[in-house]
Write a protein of this length. Structure first.
Length: 397
């Protein structure tokens, strides 16, 4: 049976893909040919602006203080009728008529909407701006607020790319007070994810987004995100970071989180040296224990953020003067560090333009250095301990 299903899907992709390349409409059962487009103010005007356009945060891993000079669009919300949404972990997207709409803050396309298998968002074929999408619905709701669904299993994308948009829902006009938030089930199933969610959700109900088909929404509010984690253009430039953010919005989100936790930042005196460690090495095991020993030589405390409550991790960051650790989701917590601290992160050459964490550094005006010296050894990452020691010596002496 699985083989028959695979053959059928391959046939559908071939046939409708050929129609898409010819510019002809493709409809085969639930599969539809859609056009990937950025949502525009002309077609869907922003109903209210929460934050005005400003110089974007787009750091590079070679220089976290470098400014791009380009503007991040203003942040507001848009209203759509008869739209479809799903848990697409590759991008925030709304199906509207024959359009596959992505955020206005995205770089110019075409974009890599299909990024290998498994397919997400029902998208199984792409040719430039043209997509083949399984738009079958598992149900419908009268109303809802869409805040994106980027990699909800990942702590960074949940904390930085999703929760700020949930937080903005409190600024919607009163007429939307009874609109529920649409969120991926994968995130809601994690107790640790719900802790910061409880600080921003207010009294709104939650409707779970399906991850294998679409949810039809009669009246949809789509809140612009203060970050744009993708999709990336098919033709990427090597001269800047892949991702961008709105610094004022994220700093305001940070301030409200501290207020919700009854934390007075002025009471903290940052002095701790913190090594961000990961239980079991995380998704990318590396020679962590060896590097922890190097950190110990310089009085770094080893902390596993997954062992801490959200509030405890925020308090730890507020007490931190120097932060070090590997490329990973734990750097989301660095948003709560004081301004002007020092940081060292190690990553690999292939992640040169993956500037998520350097963007956080720029938002908090950190002096951050990224070491692109991770090597692969027998399926594991490995950083020469002498490289870390030399950089800590240069930093501290």
């Amino acid at each position: 049976m699985p083989r028959k299903k695979s053959i059928t899907r391959t046939f559908i992709r071939f046939w409708t893909g050929a129609l898409l390349k010819l510019g002809l409409p493709a409809i085969f059962g639930p599969y539809r040919g859609l056009s990937a487009q950025k949502i525009t103010d002309e077609a869907f005007p922003a109903q209210k602006i929460f934050f005005s356009p400003e110089a974007e945060i787009r750091a590079t891993n070679l220089n976290s203080s470098l400014r791009s000079g380009e503007l991040y669009p203003g942040i507001g919300f848009r209203f759509l009728q008869n739209a479809k949404v799903t848990d697409n972990r590759r991008c925030a997207a709304v199906v509207y008529g024959d359009q596959f709409l992505i955020p206005k803050a995205s770089d110019d396309g075409p974009w890599n909407v299909v990024v290998g298998e498994p397919f997400t968002g029902g998208v199984i074929h792409q040719s430039g701006f043209k997509l083949l999408v399984n738009t079958s619905s598992s149900g419908s709701v009268e109303k809802g607020i869409f805040v994106g669904s980027w990699s909800p299993h990942n702590w960074f994308h949940w904390t930085i790319d999703t929760l700020p948009s949930v937080w903005l829902a409190a600024r919607l006009p009163d007429e939307y007070d009874n609109f529920p938030i649409l969120l991926p089930k994968k995130a809601l199933d994690r107790p640790a994810w719900r802790e910061p969610l409880s600080l921003v959700i207010g009294n709104r109900d939650i409707v779970e987004l399906p991850n294998d088909n679409y949810l039809s929404v009669d009246r949809l509010v789509w809140i612009d995100s203060p970050t744009c984690p993708g999709p990336l253009p098919t033709e990427k430039t090597l001269t800047r970071g892949n991702f961008r953010a709105h610094g004022s919005a994220l700093n305001a989100f940070r301030a409200d989180i501290l207020k919700s936790l009854n934390i007075n930042e002025s009471e903290f005196e940052p002095a701790r040296r913190v090594f961000l460690a990961r239980r079991g090495g995380g998704n990318r095991p590396y020679n962590q224990e060896e590097l922890i020993e190097v950190g110990n030589e310089f009085a770094f405390e080893t902390h596993y953020l997954e062992d801490l409550s959200f509030e405890s991790s925020v308090r730890l960051m507020l007490e931190t003067a120097i932060l070090i650790g590997p490329h990973g989701a734990g750097w989301a917590s660095a948003l709560f560090c004081p301004q002007n601290i020092t940081a060292i992160m190690w990553s690999w050459e292939g992640a040169r333009n993956d500037n998520w964490f350097s963007n956080i550094a720029q938002i908090r005006n950190m002096n951050m250095k990224v070491l692109l010296d991770f090597q692969s050894r027998e399926g594991h990452f490995w950083l020469d301990k002498h490289i870390l020691r030399a950089n800590l010596l240069a930093l501290l002496t």
